[in-house]
Design a protein around this ligand. Structure first.
Ligand code: FAD
Ligand code: NAI
Length: 475
């Protein structure tokens, strides 16, 4: 007789592990299956986010930013640093420790919440009388069963046809986070989120970085006033970004990689680099899940088809996170995980897609929530815009980091905030206030009337709100 659970979660990334914990909190007997292995073959819970995504990238962004500050900006503060050097194995080792702490944190949370963890690959076997059998293939093989299944199997890096990742020369996010030698020349294909974050890390550490982007517009999904400001800052830092290119043949040799491409003017070019990171998006992962055995429906891109509530075509089978439609973000996966656990319990879990914040952890950081000016124009919505530059913010001056601005967009008639876009210091933290404001359907006047601590970067948000009504106080 197979082990019986109320809920089985397949995948222990931010979507899956949070769904498992919430379901356990709601009184269900929950199992979570995850196959990720650490270097010793043991479990490494937390998925892409913890192992090769959000956490290690932010660890390296922080370390490399310290190096950049010590090398180029401490002198402005009267601090002289002599003999600055890099200990790359130590930096990568620190990143690995941060990852391990997070892996162990999830295991601890499972114990605390009495979630039964299975280390191995989970696949659908059969369904009978409304109960699903799931095979777990780990060091041993066993079948476990439950009425409710939550699939949270995440995503994998996409590559170009004929150019598989070898993680030595042609790198996905995985290899990009593991290099122990700083390449002299680094190429990236795709100037999206990974391209900019990883490009920033390795440029700060000394690589000459070139990013080849297929689209003619830089950060096309971002408010273009903000994107232009960011592009200016990255270019000034020495990040070479070529837009509107068409990538052709990619050849690897002992010397490195040669990328043939056509530039925006249609001229044939070649980029010769030591290493190449391909960051052109990610694809939903259902490898080994055996969805066909139970008739679980996938779309033409391989994502599991779900409705607005994360229900699949099968009764009591749900799917969340990167393996379904919507932005591929850890906090989106988590929100869906909580909502699904609550729906299984008969509650009304909800996810507001309009208030999911986006953050790009470069320097300056880029963060936004809600609609861009371009989206509002395209929708024919009448709006008012207010911007406030960090150059006029006392805290930013004291920090020595005055790049960028806060931009607020509000409905022309009701003044409801429709979007907030930030490029500048600590944008990742500043955006939280704006998400709260939008969740509560605040007006720009509401933000303008709230007391913000002085001196703080958040005063720039208040001033942007005042700017919507053309009455900034400090600019
Ligand atoms: P995943 O995190 O991919 O987890 C899926 C898990 O399921 C994995 O552990 C996998 O091994 C396991 N699995 C798959 N199939 C099976 C199976 N059949 N049986 C058992 N286990 C299985 N997002 C942010 O919000 N902020 C960031 O700063 C950020 N930075 C990122 C940086 C990088 C370099 C990358 C690549 C991504 C980043 N993301 C970031 C995106 C974020 O990592 C994903 O959106 C998030 O991890 C998705 O969570 P998930 O639970 O859906 O899937
Ligand atoms: P992305 O979708 O952010 O960017 C991919 C870029 O590659 C786009 O600009 C696209 O136009 C370009 N591109 C696609 N095909 C191309 C081609 N053939 N030639 C040249 N350019 C091409 O994808 P990315 O950077 O791989 O990241 C994947 C996802 O991971 C992100 O969309 C995001 O959801 C998540 N992520 C989130 C982070 C965060 O929240 N801070 C950090 C890193 C990743």
């Amino acid at each position: 007789m197979s082990k019986q659970f109320d809920v089985i979660v397949i995948g222990g990334g931010p979507g899956g592990y949070i769904a498992a914990i919430r379901a356990a909190q709601l009184g269900f007997n929950v199992a979570c299956i995850d196959e990720w292995k650490n270097a010793k073959g043991g479990p490494a819970l937390g998925g892409t986010c913890t192992n090769v995504g959000c956490i290690p990238s932010k660890a390296l962004l922080q370390s490399s930013e310290h190096f950049e500050q010590a090398g180029h900006h401490f002198a402005d503060h009267g601090i002289e640093v002599k003999g600055l050097s890099l200990d790359m194995p130590k930096m990568i080792g620190r990143k690995d420790t941060v990852v391990k702490q997070n892996n162990e944190g999830v295991l601890y949370l499972f114990k605390k919440n009495k979630v039964t963890f299975f280390h191995g690959r989970g696949s659908f076997v059969a369904s009978k009388d409304g109960v699903y059998d799931i095979r777990v293939a780990g060091t041993a093989e066993e079948v476990i069963s439950a009425k409710h299944i939550i699939v949270a199997t995440g995503s994998n890096a996409r590559t170009l046809p004929g150019t598989p990742f070898d993680e030595e020369t042609i790198l996905s996010n995985d290899g990009a986070l593991r290099m122990v030698d700083v390449p002299k020349k680094l190429g990236l294909i795709g100037s999206g989120v990974i391209g900019l974050e990883m490009g920033s890390v390795w440029r700060r550490l000394g690589a000459e970085v070139t990013v080849l982007e297929g689209l003619p517009t830089f950060l096309g999904a971002v408010d273009q006033q903000i994107a232009k400001e960011a592009h200016k800052a990255f270019t000034k830092q020495g990040l070479k970004i070529e837009l509107g290119v068409k990538v052709g043949e990619i050849k690897t040799s002992k010397k490195g990689v040669s990328v043939a491409y056509t530039n925006a003017k249609g001229e044939a070019q070649a980029l010769d680099v030591d290493k190449l990171i391909i960051s052109i998006g990610r694809v939903a992962n259902t490898i080994g899940l055996a969805p066909e055995t139970v008739g679980l429906k996938l779309d033409e891109r391989g994502a599991i088809v779900v409705d607005g509530d994360c229900k699949t075509n099968l009764p009591h089978v749900w799917a969340i996170g990167d393996v379904v439609r919507g932005p591929m973000l850890a906090h989106k996966a988590e929100e869906e995980g909580v909502a699904v656990a609550e729906r299984i319990a008969g509650q009304h879990g909800h996810v507001n897609f309009n208030t999911i914040p986006w953050v790009i952890y470069t320097s300056p950081e880029i963060a936004w929530v809600g609609q861009t000016e371009e989206q509002l124009k395209a929708a024919g919505r009448a709006y008012k815009a207010g911007t406030f530059p960090f150059l006029a913010n006392g805290r930013a001056r004291a920090l020595g980091d005055t790049t960028g601005m806060v931009k607020m967009l509000a409905d022309a008639a009701t003044d409801e905030i429709l979007g907030v876009h930030i490029v500048g210091p600590m944008a990742s933290e500043l955006i939280a206030e704006c998400v709260v404001a939008m969740e509560f359907r605040a007006s720009s006047e509401d933000i303008a009337r709230i007391c913000h601590a002085h001196p703080s970067l958040s005063e720039a948000t208040k001033e942007a709100a005042l700017a919507v009504d053309k009455r900034t106080l400090n600019f």
